[in-house]
Design a protein. Structure first.
Length: 119
């Protein structure tokens, strides 16, 4: 298990992209054709910041962090642990890449993604 990326939802997609590129030196790179606007920002060959456009500011005090993502290596084992613990989850597949994602809520309602290679 390792940290994979952070997903930030923003009302100023271009401004957020420009900030991370200018201040942190990240590069705009390839992003799967999701049906919503966004950018993936890379440090070397790793897309570590995922930006997603949103229509309005969040209603919560948690800011704009949408989720924290980890990279896993055994999807079946994770799903078993989630089921055994009674944790609701959903599985998604990234367009074109086939990468599998498991989304669920952790403590304090933090959204967590664990990504896996294609089946």
């Amino acid at each position: 298990m390792r940290l994979d990326h952070v997903n930030i939802a923003t009302t100023d997609l271009d401004g957020a992209k420009d900030f991370f590129v200018r201040i942190l030196g990240l590069d705009v790179g390839e992003r799967p054709p999701f049906p919503f606007p966004g950018f993936w920002l890379y440090a070397g060959d790793q897309p570590i910041v995922h930006l997603v456009g949103r229509a309005s500011k969040p209603d919560s005090d948690s800011g704009s962090i949408d989720h924290v993502a980890f990279r896993g290596d055994d999807l079946d084992q994770l799903v078993k642990r989630l089921r055994d613990a009674g944790v609701e989850h959903r599985i998604a597949v990234v367009p074109e890449t086939g990468r599998r994602q498991v989304f669920f809520r952790g403590p304090d309602d933090v959204k967590i993604e664990v990504g896996f290679p294609p089946a």
